[in-house]
Design a protein around this ligand. Structure first.
Ligand code: PEP
Length: 249
């Protein structure tokens, strides 16, 4: 059985004033049986980690470079995130794959960097609408999964997030059957590659327009161990009920 995780991706949202909302999220999720992770913009990681010291909410980055340091203007390394207080990092988000041309090879290198630094890697995969409509969903996510994960991962240092690109920030959500089909497939792929002990214990998160109104039914789908939440993670009033639904699932 995989552990439950509710992760929030704040994307490019939030200045120092957002730390008050982070405190409200910590308060709203204080009794959660699930792990809670918030990934604010890099500028807020240190302040967020300091603010959450002793609280139930872990802080993560939204991306890291594959190398520790060097001539990479504007980038942040896994080591820097860790130094700032992060315990996790999202890698391979579809917005990074699209906006910055990241490939599975890049994502795998970033996952390795996270692993070598002691950060939990939240590795994102997911098909576009064209790929789904062409009937290629399982082929696409299978290829991304195989290419984005190094051989050395474990359930302790890696989480996989299935995020259909067409469901991110759109309000469109796959049917529960479609989510279940992909998650069952990913679980089987993880078990085939990493063995039953690790493969069954790697948390599989669903992401894409998760809201308080649909969270409970999504968390009831087989092999859904939690969620990666964008828009609805910005407010405690939305994220709190999502975490509560996962705690009760
Ligand atoms: C995301 O960006 O990872 C995401 C799932 O966004 P949203 O919940 O807003 O669809």
């Amino acid at each position: 059985m995989a552990r439950k995780i509710a992760a929030g991706n704040w994307k490019m949202n939030g200045t120092g004033a957002a730390l008050a909302e982070l405190k409200a999220i910590a308060e709203a999720t204080r009794d959660s049986a699930a792990e809670v992770l918030i990934c604010p913009p890099a500028t807020l990681v240190h302040a967020a980690a300091t603010t959450m010291s002793g609280a139930n909410v872990a802080i993560g980055g939204q991306d890291c470079h594959a190398v520790t340091s060097g001539a990479h203007t504007g980038d942040v390394s896994a080591e820097m995130l860790k130094d700032a207080g992060a315990s996790a990092v999202i890698v391979g988000h579809s917005e990074r794959r699209t906006d910055h041309g990241e490939t599975d090879i890049t994502v795998r290198a970033k996952t390795e960097a996270a692993q070598n630094t002691g950060l939990l890697a939240v590795v994102c995969i997911g098909e576009t609408l064209d790929e789904r409509e062409a009937g290629d969903t399982l082929k696409v996510v299978g290829t991304q999964l195989a290419g984005s994960l190094p051989n050395s991962i474990t359930d302790e240092n890696t989480v996989v997030a299935y995020e259909p690109v067409w469901a991110i920030g759109t309000g469109k959500v796959p049917t529960l059957e479609q989510i279940g089909e992909v998650h069952d497939f990913l679980r089987a792929e993880l078990v085939a590659r990493f063995g039953a002990d690790i493969g069954n214990a790697i948390p599989l998160l669903y992401g894409g327009s998760v809201k308080p109104s649909n969270a409970a039914e999504i968390f009831a789908v087989s092999n859904v161990d939690g969620a990666l939440v964008g828009g609805a993670s910005l407010k405690a009033a939305d994220f709190g009920p999502i975490v509560a639904a996962l705690s009760q699932a």
